[in-house]
Design a protein around this ligand. Structure first.
Ligand code: F6P
Length: 548
């Protein structure tokens, strides 16, 4: 990639940015151009992305695609799929795509095809889940399992939590999945309160099997179980593990026959497709998990084969780059109109912010442009009654992804029609706004005096011209969920390439972990805090004062 050519691309985009900021009015753009909707859409089967309500023109999209070409996105994409060690700081391949390459070609890492191992773990998980579902897997006292508690954090939690919630209509009767992540004891205490040790199975999920929160919760879970069943031997029937570090699993005391492995080429935040998905299989059954994988595989194939102008992840990524680097947006809202996607924003926070929250280039040079945005959101319609005010009338530019299914899985009276109407209405309202003339017209129909109208009118104006993308599909089944998640994974990948960051490491989480270890003995009163900065030392003294 030539820096000079990239500079030319960015200069062009900056010029277009100035032009768009000054001249583009979306309401007018739709009125003037009946083909705008048809031109700015990308699809994959029933997955339909309308990006016509964004602050873009044909020239902008062409310039963004030129940027993608100049940044060699397609070449990097092939390197990722081929197992090149593109995670350079950890010297690892990035191959979560191999986990859903169910009927594809061999995938080679260090001269070895990884697919037989991938398939072997899938078969083992399938068998294990079938034993749990049929009651063949018995707890220590001979009872079948009714409750599964996944103990993990970050990528070993957020994916399964999100999918478990998203696929609620597919849950198998008789098994409930719970998730414990926080080292705050309240999380595990609240979760275990209503569970029966005899029928509870713990999955200890940790890629590294060194994460303090997970191990702390795992030891507390073991104490709880052994305390209630009064036998250390009970652990074997109630604990399984998911990890890349099977030696550490054994050290913890879990039989490695009851452990499901994955590999260092699966990043934590890209791991729900691996054995980390075990709680998903237990919740919805292996077949549905495979449908999820097949959905992701379909998106992988689309990402690899669709030309840039019809490529969904590329298009979403480029629009994101446009807002972040040219129009100055600092965040991206993810607003699913689907209660079952309530954890998707949190999931994407890790996927995106841990991947692209970087300020040095792949070769370690400081970055002077914006990289990953803040990702946030809540399901609609709830958000409408909370933070949408700021999106409509605040001073921040906040691009929005609306996500909605055409059909409800649990149709109930006219709920789904109202949900969809609200979703489309918000996108329309953001785009159109309401002019002063429209506001005054409306107010004139009431009982207000002209002076009262003068006071009220400015408050009721909506500037409009607020961008959004509509992601619409037939229904939220496992296949579509797989497509959606893979779509965002690849969007993040493309943006990482354009920003020239390594999207697959996360050194930024290390310092806090290191300092927490140092502070623990001070919090416990076993060491003095005098060596710390005045604020930290003062807080520790205050903590002890409050503890009495
Ligand atoms: O602290 C960040 C992180 O390393 C994430 O990237 C990861 O998903 C999470 O911790 C959990 O790590 P592990 O699966 O190794 O316990």
């Amino acid at each position: 990639m030539s820096t000079e050519n990239l500079t030319i691309c960015w200069e062009k985009l900056d010029r277009l940015g100035a032009e768009v900021s000054k001249n583009l009015n979306l309401r007018k753009a739709f009125a003037d151009d009946p083909a705008r909707f048809a031109r700015f859409q990308v699809t994959q089967d029933d997955l339909f992305i309308d990006y016509s309500k964004n602050l873009i023109t044909d020239d902008v999209m062409a310039a963004l695609r030129e940027l993608a070409e100049t940044a060699n996105v397609e070449n990097w994409r092939e390197r990722m799929f081929a197992g090149d060690r593109i995670n350079i700081t950890e010297n690892r391949a990035v191959l979560h795509t191999a986990l859903r390459n169910l009927d594809g070609n061999p995938v080679m890492v260090d001269g070895k095809d990884v697919m037989p191992d991938v398939k072997d773990v899938l078969v083992r998980m399938k068998r294990f889940a079938a034993r749990v579902h049929t009651g063949d897997w018995k707890g220590h006292t001979g009872k079948a399992i009714t409750d599964v508690v996944n103990i993990g954090i970050g990528g070993s939690d957020l994916g399964p939590v999100m999918v478990n919630e998203a696929l609620r209509p597919y849950h198998i009767d008789g098994i409930r999945c719970h998730f414990v992540s926080n080292v705050d004891g309240a999380h595990i205490v609240d979760t275990l309160k209503d569970l029966d040790a005899e029928t509870t199975l713990f999955i200890i999920a940790s890629k590294t099997f060194t994460t303090d929160e997970t191990l702390t919760n795992a030891y507390s879970a073991r104490d709880w179980l052994v305390g209630l069943l009064k036998d250390e031997g009970a652990v074997a029937k109630h604990f399984v593990a998911v990890s890349t570090a099977l030696d550490k699993v054994a050290e913890f005391g879990i039989d490695t026959n009851n452990a499901f492995g994955f590999w260092d080429w699966v990043g934590g935040r890209y791991s729900l497709w691996s054995a980390i998905g075990l709680p998903i299989i237990l919740a919805v059954g292996y077949e549905k998990f495979e449908e999820l994988l097949r959905g992701a595989q379909a998106m992988d194939n689309h990402f690899r084969s669709a030309p840039l102008d019809r490529n969904i992840p590329v298009t979403l990524a480029l629009i994101g780059v446009w807002y972040r680097n040219v129009l100055g947006a600092s965040s991206q809202a993810i607003l699913p109109y689907d209660q079952h996607l309530s954890r998707l924003p949190a999931y994407l926070q890790q996927a995106d912010m841990e991947s692209n929250g970087k300020s040095v280039t792949r070769d370690g040079k400081p970055i002077y442009y914006e990289t990953g945005p803040i990702i946030w959101g809540e399901p609609g319609t709830n958000g409408q009654h909370a933070f949408y005010q700021l999106i409509h009338q605040g001073t921040e530019l906040i691009p929005v992804d609306f996500i909605v299914a055409a059909n409800a899985l649990n149709p109930l009276a006219n709920h789904h029609d109202k949900l969809v109407a609200n979703c489309f209405a918000q996108a329309e309202a953001l785009m159109r706004g309401k002019t002063e003339a429209e506001v005054r017209d409306e107010l004139a129909g009431g009982n207000l005096t002209p002076a009262e109208i003068d006071v009220l009118a400015p408050q009721k104006i909506f500037a409009g011209n607020k961008p959004s993308t509509m992601i619409l599909y037939k229904q939220l089944d496992p296949f579509t969920l797989g497509r959606l998640v893979a779509m965002y994974e690849h969007k993040i990948f493309v943006q990482g390439i354009i920003w020239n960051v390594n999207s697959y490491d996360q050194w930024g989480v290390e310092l806090g972990k290191q300092l927490a270890k140092e502070l623990l003995p001070m919090v416990q009163g076993n060491e003095t805090a005098d060596s710390r900065d005045a604020s930290t030392a003062g807080l520790i003294h205050q903590l002890h004062a409050l503890r009495g």
